[in-house]
Design a protein around this ligand. Sequence first.
Ligand code: HEM
Ligand SMILES: *[C@@H]1O[C@H](CO)[C@@H](O)[C@H](O)[C@H]1NC(C)=O
Ligand SMILES: *[C@@H]1O[C@H](CO)[C@@H](O)[C@H](O)[C@H]1NC(C)=O
Ligand SMILES: *[C@@H]1O[C@H](CO)[C@@H](O)[C@H](O)[C@H]1NC(C)=O
Ligand SMILES: *[C@@H]1O[C@H](CO)[C@@H](O)[C@H](O)[C@H]1NC(C)=O
Length: 499
Amino acid sequence: MRSTPIFWLKVTVVTLTGFFIFYTSKILFSYQFFKKLGLKTPKYRFFYGNQLELTKNNNYSDVLKEWTKFHGKTYGYYEGHFPVIVSSDLEFLQEVFIKQSSNFSARRKIFVSRDEDAPDHALFTASRNRWKKMRNIMNPTFSSAKLRELGPLLILCADRLKHVLENENEKEVNITQFFKRFTMDSIWNCAFGVDIDFQNNPENIYFKKCESLFEFLSKPNILSFIGNYFHEFLDPFMEVILFLEKFLSNFIDFTRINPILWFMNHVFEIVEIRKKGNIVKKDYLQLLINCQTLTTIEVKLNLALFMIAGYETTSIALTYACYCLAKYQGEQAKVYEAIRQHFDSEEEINSDSIQEVEYLDMFVKEVLRYYPTGTSIISRKCTKSTNVRGIDIPEGLVIAVDALSLHEDVDLWGPVDPKEFYPLRHAVKRNPLAFWSFGNGPRNCIGMKFAFLELKIALSKMLINFEILPLKDMNEELELFEAFVRRPKHDVNVTLRKR
Ligand code: HEM
Ligand SMILES: *[C@@H]1O[C@H](CO)[C@@H](O)[C@H](O)[C@H]1NC(C)=O
Ligand SMILES: *[C@@H]1O[C@H](CO)[C@@H](O)[C@H](O)[C@H]1NC(C)=O
Ligand SMILES: *[C@@H]1O[C@H](CO)[C@@H](O)[C@H](O)[C@H]1NC(C)=O
Ligand SMILES: *[C@@H]1O[C@H](CO)[C@@H](O)[C@H](O)[C@H]1NC(C)=O
């Protein structure tokens, strides 16, 4: 054997060429997938699949809706060369999300999560039996009785919102920012048992760190690039990054650079202190600790998940709601009347009484139907090969939902045009699979009741104290922007007048 540099160069070139040919054939072969399944697809390009069209304009959900018009209620597309089925067919979704949900007990992978078998998964990314066990343990922590315990903290935060807004009477305010601080305040209070009072301390470092966490998550990076185009390599790549991070953290403090690590570190500390100090509080951390069957790492990860899953979704829903109240003054009058009729004074508002205001309930539901925020996160991954309505679904295939088409379907939401904002349509009992703002089936949003409660308490406290004046430009349409959540592209300004 001669081991000259030339020899090794040859070996390297041959290996790389071989790999290149192999991987290119694999990609080409992947594009046979939907042909074999007999499903239509939009036009795709080699390597990119449909990914560019889906992501370049940040209107993912609108693109799905557009494709549905051309390819029917159930079709496929390629993320790079990774196949995804999209459906807005009620019978198909009924099977995937409800009847056969045990065959679909995982979600599509998100780029920052580790592979399915790694030990550290929170509820959102857990799969199969692990998800099932965790969800069964956690379901009771979001029961109505447990939420009642969190009610007083939400009232405290809503009162703070009222006070900070009082200083802005009859001035134009950037209401999005107020709702962000309100939501942040309520999460730190209700979930972590830490009262930072973000609303009176807008420059607080915790707030800024958490905000940059969401910025980080919504921006494209090397991991999302690999996930999109080289999905086979995402898991090993993630492990290499984690290994390097662990090794280098002896020399570099990553929590100062990466807001995710800063946040996780902080939450982990809060849990440690609580467990060591034998302190008992009435917050979500306590509810998790009281589930004796969750390990400490599961408590930590699921507590952190409260922020990741509950912050942007809720604060953005409040912005949409406020925008609708300002735009549809007639609706504002009706919601205000309903609240007034129910309460003699705002002190009567609590987590039970607020649920009885029917028009408020319909208004909030209509806001969420009209402006669903979490459309791109609703997905299921097949965990056991099966057949759904005549389509053979192999293990690993991802099913996404075209929620916009369903929310705008006149058969499901008529007779009043679904393009109209009309809360009373919720007075009629609708097909549960018509409404997708919180997903559906046993793996729907676990925080739904909490989110409704938070939205209702904040909106009722606000409306009882302030009139929201009409928008400057009543014909304006909200411009949206979708990166994980679907949100208004720009912050919303409104003017409030003390009642
Ligand atoms: C208006 C506010 C919110 C909206 C629109 C929303 C929306 C959603 C959606 C669409 C899903 C996916 C459901 C599916 O795949 O079927 C989801 C899952 C989830 N949400 Fe929410 N959410 C909100 C608030 C919250 C809050 C406050 C929490 C607090 C804990 C939360 C925690 C979760 C968790 C843990 C999951 C994953 C559940 C699982 O995989 O078992 N969400 N949410
Ligand atoms: C997505 O956004 C782009 C740019 O704003 C626009 O041209 C396109 O029509 C949008 N697609 C859909 C389906 O709305
Ligand atoms: C929104 O309100 C803020 C004051 O809170 C003001 O500085 C800003 O210019 C307003 N923005 C728009 C687009 O009107
Ligand atoms: C799950 O899939 C199998 C086929 O792999 C099928 O026999 C079974 O009925 C499905 N489960 C449910 C609950 O439908
Ligand atoms: C709202 O406030 C943020 C931060 O203070 C600012 O960057 C943004 O431009 C404001 N938006 C509007 C519409 O005024």
